[in-house]
Design a binder for this molecule. Structure first.
Ligand SMILES: Cc1cc2nc3c(=O)[nH]c(=O)nc-3n(C[C@H](O)[C@H](O)[C@H](O)COP(=O)(O)O)c2cc1C
Length: 176
């Protein structure tokens, strides 16, 4: 089973990338995990959508080959990061590579609202008439994320790890 991990932060020090590493450590031997190189995706531009840069052709291939998508987003100013919105805009044009694709949403913020505002917006975009993804029922919001993961992707909080495992196990089961 192929799972594509999309992390909505391109920062090297990203806390959400630490969550992505947790998936590598805990599910890398159970499913095939691939990470979308979001930093390569240019800003969306209608002028080039029919003859796009190679990064867009590759991005479409990543989605086409995935049975499901784990989308891990930070919250930036009560919304999803612009880089993630650009990606979703690309997926909504020419070739609808997220149409009907199951997406498991999660994310971590350093604050107490735990990306809930970003995920409300993410769900709305994913279910839009252009993107038409299938959002998985369970989503996970992680507060004070900087205290809950180390750089290697170990989860330091038992309850959070329990939620992550339950969510991912249920997501994988829903794909088979
Ligand atoms: C531009 C910017 C905007 C932010 N806005 C929010 C916000 O609206 N809500 C929130 O909980 N945290 C916010 N934060 C703090 C983030 O939760 C924190 O920086 C987190 O580590 C970002 O995820 P990342 O490290 O994966 O990029 C913001 C951070 C940045 C850099």
């Amino acid at each position: 089973m192929n799972i594509l991990i999309v992390t909505g932060s391109i920062s090297q020090q990203s806390n959400n990338k630490k969550i992505a590493r947790w998936f590598d450590k805990n599910y890398g031997d159970k499913v095939t995990l691939t990470h979308l190189p979001l930093a390569d995706v240019p800003m969306y531009n209608m002028d080039i959508e029919n003859d796009p840069p190679q990064a867009i052709t590759e991005m479409r291939r990543y989605f086409n080959e995935a049975d499901g998508v784990v989308m891990i987003t930070p919250e930036y100013n009560y919304s999803i990061p612009g880089v993630l919105k650009d990606l979703l805009d690309w997926t909504s044009r020419v070739e609808l590579v997220l149409k009907g694709k199951p997406v498991f949403m999660l994310g971590g913020s350093t604050g107490r609202f735990a990306t809930i505002r970003a995920q409300i917006i993410l769900k709305q975009v994913l279910e839009s008439a252009g993107v038409m993804a299938r959002v998985f029922d369970r989503s996970i919001q992680i507060d004070t994320v900087h205290q809950k993961f180390n750089d290697e992707g170990d989860c330091l909080d038992e309850q959070t790890e329990k939620y992550l495992k339950r969510g991912m196990d249920e997501f994988i089961a829903s794909l088979s």
